[in-house]
Design a protein around this ligand. Structure first.
Ligand code: EPZ
Length: 418
């Protein structure tokens, strides 16, 4: 197990290159199963989830060749089935995209019930609703989800809950169904659009991604293509928050400012100066941090994935801030660890009331999930003294070369392998 040791109190300054988006990459890699051909995926983040998914595909009969640090060539021609019903697939939530891709390609698939960050119950009823609407039979036995259909026929599907995963999974299966599928109340996140663009690059017919109505006209065959993953707006938002916390001045390169509108707006409310260019954004924090209120919502609202890092920033803002987490009911596990560092936070259900303190003190803390880990990194950067963060493997799932990028920005961070 690794630990990160952070010596707080150093301003972040300079430039950081933002990597490809984890949550787009972990959907596009399984989606290559639909092609039964060779795909080249570029601008991948170097994170453990990408490595795990590549290993799973190889286990399913695909070949995956590294073309460089951020690109792979995936050939799924040799696959005859999609049964990822073994332990390693349990490590990450995105394994469930193999259900939609396997159903679309083979009319059947089996995947171990998905794992992923422990941030709430994370049901999959909307995925199941979509697959059944397309004509599949779904069974869950002994922790394995099985989907099977004689025929996949397009359908009109209304999502009871706006779900990124279910929207993407249904898009995958519907791309090879007979006729038109309409997903209503669809998720509008940028990575839903990126997956739709990838599917269309394979020869699918997906329209309306990015709106709440997505129409997918099934096609008989999909072929391979090359695709570049969009930049990771959650990684970018995390560095923006870290710059604000350390009264820094940083430029983030390889970003799409439009995808960062919610975090940009809230940091500006706190008194942070944000300068946007076409593919970069500059964050300048040199005035006292004002308290604000945050309510996580589906895109384009404030992203739930930045709630935890933002909560760390609010612990040292002036006054009282209120954070409402409307997406995941269990996404406050970082709070107890922040309290060890001197934060003043009271959680009632889905609401955290944060009273700003003058400073945080370094301490030994433990990450409970990916973005809780990111929250502790932000807190460590601003705390007085040294912070030791355990369970860094959570952070490695979603942040590409975290300590290298932070050290380049002037932070004092080192990794200790236990
Ligand atoms: C994706 O999770 C992301 N993970 C999450 O990022 C992100 O927090 C989340 O979307 C919301 O943006 C990946 O893309 C791998 P949802 P997902 O389905 O698809 C409920 C990170 O830190 N729901 O949009 O699982 C669900 O309980 C990770 O990078 C149902 O009720 O999220 C939640 O309340 C964490 N039934 C809400 O919808 C379902 O069938 C949104 O979940 C599915 C979801």
């Amino acid at each position: 197990m690794n630990k990160l040791i952070i010596e707080g109190g150093h301003r972040l300054q300079g430039e950081v290159e933002i990597s490809g988006f984890k949550n787009a990459a972990v959907a596009i890699i399984p989606a290559t199963v639909l092609a039964g051909d060779t795909c080249i995926i570029e601008n991948l983040p170097e994170i453990s989830d990408v490595k795990t998914l590549s290993e799973i595909l190889i286990g399913l009969g695909a070949t995956v060749r590294e073309l460089g640090p951020k690109a792979i060539e995936v050939n799924t021609t040799g696959m005859t089935e999609c049964f990822a019903d073994y332990e390693s697939a349990k490590e990450l939530r995105a394994s469930y995209y193999l259900l939609g891709a396997g159903l679309g390609r083979f009319k059947k698939a089996r995947v171990v019930y998905p794992g992923g960050c422990s941030i709430g119950t994370r049901p999959i009823d909307q995925h199941i609703k979509g697959f059944e609407a397309l004509g599949a039979k779904v069974t869950i036995e002994h922790g394995i989800i099985s989907v099977e259909a004689d025929r996949l026929v397009g359908a009109e599907i209304y999502m009871d809950v706006v779900s990124v995963g279910a929207t993407i999974n249904i898009m995958l299966a519907a791309s090879r169904a007979e006729g038109m599928t309409i997903i209503e109340n669809a998720a509008k996140e940028p990575h839903v659009v990126d997956v739709a663009n990838f599917l269309n690059c394979l020869g699918a017919d997906v329209r309306g991604a990015g709106t709440d109505v997505i129409k997918i006209k099934g096609v008989h065959e999909l072929k391979g293509c090359n695709h570049m993953v969009i930049p990771d707006q959650i990684e970018a938002g995390t560095y923006m928050i870290a710059a604000a916390a350390t009264k820094g001045d940083i430029v983030l390169n390889n970003v799409i400012p439009k995808h960062l509108e919610a975090i940009t707006a809230k940091l500006k409310e706190m008194g942070i100066e944000i300068i946007e260019n076409c593919e970069s954004i500059r964050v300048v924090a040199n005035s006292p941090l004002k308290n604000i209120n945050i309510k996580t919502l589906v895109y384009p609202g404030f992203p739930t994935d930045l709630q935890q890092p933002m909560s760390s920033l609010l612990t040292v803002a002036n006054g009282t801030s209120v954070v409402t987490e409307t997406i995941f009911e269990g996404r406050f596990k970082h709070v107890d660890e922040l309290k060890r560092m001197g934060a003043n936070i009271k959680v009632e259900g889905r609401v955290a009331v944060i009273n700003g303190v003058d400073k945080l003190m370094g301490a030994k803390v433990s990450a409970s999930d990916l973005r809780a880990g990111a929250a502790l990194v932000v807190a460590g950067l601003v705390a007085e003294g040294e912070t030791e963060i355990e369970n860094v493997h959570f952070v490695d799932r979603g942040y590409d070369q975290l300590e290298e990028k932070l050290v380049k920005l002037g932070a004092r961070v080192r990794r200790v392998s236990l």
